[in-house]
Structures are given as C-alpha cells and as structure tokens.
Design a protein around this ligand. Structure first.
Ligand code: UD2
Length: 322
C-alpha cells in the first residue's frame, strides 16, 4: 500500500511533490479528475499508483485513502476569476472535495494531512507583509472556499486528532504550470506568450504585486511539513513564499530580458476579486518547519522560461520530459 497520497497529482504542484517523493523511493498514490490536471504532467511518474477520479465522490475518497499514512492535498479548482464566474464549481471542487477527503482520511486512519492553503485568505488587508496571526479577509469565492477548507482541516485536527498542517502558498509558479487557460497563473501565461513573441495583457495598471514563489520552495515546504513533529505543526497555518513582492510591471521587464521579447504590453481593466499587493512574512515557516526559500524569484523565472521554451514551442503544446 502506498504511504503517501497526493490529490491533484496531475496538476503542476501535485506532480512536482510526487516527483520529489518518487526520487526518494517513496511509495506514492496520486488522484486527479483532470478538470485542470493534465495527463502529460504524469510523464516520468510511472511508479506512482494513479487513480482517475473525483474527490466529490466519497467512494473514490475511500479508495484513495486506503492504507495511506500522509496526504498532500493539492487538488483544487484554482483561480479567482473562475470562482467569480462559477462559485458553485469552485466550492464543489475546493470545499466539498476537501470535506469528503477528510471524512475518508479519518475513517482510513490516515495520520497526517498537509493542505494547500492560499494567500488569498488575507484578502484586502493592507498590512504587509501578511502574517498568520492576521485576521483572514477573503474577498473572492475562491479565497472563501480555500479558507473554509483550512477551517475544516483544523477542526478535524482538533476533534478527531488527525494531524493537519495548512501551508498558505503565495502565487506558485514553475515548470508544468498550465499556460493555456484564461484562468492560468499570470507567470505561466506571460512566459508562454513572451517566449512565443505574443503580447501579454496586464489587468490593471501593473502596479499590483505578488510574492511569486518558485515551485521548488513549495515542494521543500511540503516535505518539511510532513516530517515536522505534530506537537509543533498540527493545526497550524503557515505561509510558504519567498518574502519579497514584485509588481507585474517589474515582472514584464525581467521577462523581456529573459525571453528577448521586445513587443508591446497591453493594459486591460482590473479583474474582479483581485487584490492589490501580496507579500508574506515567512518567519513562522522558518521557526516551525526550518524552511528557507531555496530558489529566488529571478532564478525561478529563468528556469521557468527555459522550460516553457522547450515545451510551448512544441506544435502539440504538450509537456515533454526534461
Ligand atoms: C491567487 C492567490 C494565489 C493562488 C492563486 C490560485 C493572492 C494574492 N494569490 O492568485 O496564492 O491561490 O490565486 O489561482 O490572492 N493577471 C494579468 N494578466 C493575465 C493574468 C493575470 O495581469 O494574463 C494579473 C491578475 O489580474 C492579478 C495577477 O496577475 O493581478 C496575478 O493573477 P493570478 O491569476 O496569477 O493569481 P492571483 O494573484 O489571483
């Protein structure tokens, strides 16, 4: 029986955690419903036992949790914009899925669950950097659903003794992130477009900023969260980021440099539910997990551009193995 379950294993964060565990020779099960996950992302993960299914199905959750010690719960319908258009879909795939998984995890005797929280929980609170003691202030259906998932996770830790760690990710980016949807993360979209010589569109004036976090840092934090003593981390929400914020205008300038794109940038109206600035205080991650960012923004973006150069210029637009 596999020791680890990764939900959202065909998504870019899930597949990256799976790759790290397989590299350690761990026994891994993955599950994905392919709403946003991609079969191509499973390339290289053949040793992972894989379930094609949806966590909104309690029977599937039971199968997924059987015999498992630790869950990395990465499955979600990410995107603020998508949630504004379809709040029910977001709720189903973020919150209902999480609660089903928790119920099944408890029944199966799973020891620990690590939950992919979102920096969107902090919302419009103007204080920077965002620290975990701040009152959450979700301003989009996506943020509300992800935060509600956190509360369920922590409640299960409290009443059922399931060890539960929430990692609040700040704008994760890197290889394997899908660039092809209107709901994709901004760096995936910009890398694809600028590598191809196409115009990126900035929604708003480009002064909004994010604590963009390279995927290796997130994988590192997950592995630490799985290994940390329960007394120290269970029931806690912990920021995972670099601790530096970069505006979209700055991003475009760095990307011009990395991609040699010299065309124009289009500016459009700001998006609903968008927040202005985001930057993490990562002291708690340092203290509780011994976390330290391994890859800074610029180096992460360089590696990401290289990856998109190799993949998006392929005619099929499918991920290929590095
Ligand atoms: C939120 C969360 C993030 C993660 C993510 C999942 C915050 C601060 N961050 O990311 O942690 O949970 O949701 O989806 O809440 N944009 C453009 N042009 C484009 C695409 C996007 O200008 O083509 C802008 C967008 O309006 C926003 C910024 O880029 O101001 C980042 O957007 P995003 O969708 O990459 O991520 P965001 O911040 O909503």
């Amino acid at each position: 029986m596999p020791t680890f379950l990764i939900t959202g294993a065909a998504g870019f964060i899930g597949r990256s955690i799976a790759a790290a565990l397989l590299a350690r020779d761990e026994s891994v099960r993955g599950v994905d419903n392919f709403i946003t996950g991609k079969a191509a992302n499973l390339a290289g993960l053949e040793r992972m036992q894989f379930l094609d299914g949806d966590l909104t199905d309690p029977v599937l959750c039971e199968r997924a949790c059987a015999g498992v010690d630790t869950i990395y719960h990465q499955a979600a319908l990410a995107s603020v914009t998508r949630s504004v258009e379809d709040p029910l879909g977001t709720n189903r795939n973020c919150l209902d899925a999480t609660l089903n998984l928790l119920v099944a995890a408890r029944a199966a005797g799973v020891r620990r669950i690590i939950y992919a929280g979102s920096s969107s929980a902090y919302g419009e609170n103007l204080v920077l950097p965002k620290h975990e003691a701040m009152l959450p202030d979700p301003i989009s259906p996506y943020a509300a659903a992800k935060l509600a998932g956190e509360y369920y996770i922590r409640a299960f830790a409290h009443v059922y003794g399931l060890e539960a760690v929430v990692l609040r990710y700040f704008n994760v980016f890197g290889p394997y992130q899908d660039p092809a949807s209107q709901y994709s993360g901004v760096l995936a979209i910009f890398c694809q477009k600028m590598v191809r010589g196409e115009e990126p569109t900035i929604y708003g004036d480009g002064q909004q900023s994010r604590d963009f976090t390279y995927i290796d840092n997130v994988v590192h934090a997950n592995l630490l969260a799985a290994a940390a003593p329960a007394l120290r981390v269970s029931g806690k929400a912990i920021n995972v980021a670099v601790g530096v914020r970069i505006s979209l205008n700055e991003v475009v300038e760095i990307l011009r440099d990395l991609t040699a794109y010299n065309g124009r940038v289009v500016y459009g109206p700001p998006r609903q539910g968008d927040i202005q600035d985001s930057q993490a205080d990562i002291r708690l991650a340092r203290e509780l997990l011994g976390y330290e960012p391994m890859v800074d923004f610029r180096e992460g973006l360089r590696r990401t551009v290289e990856w998109y150069r190799r993949t998006v210029l392929q005619p099929s637009n499918q991920a290929v193995l590095i």
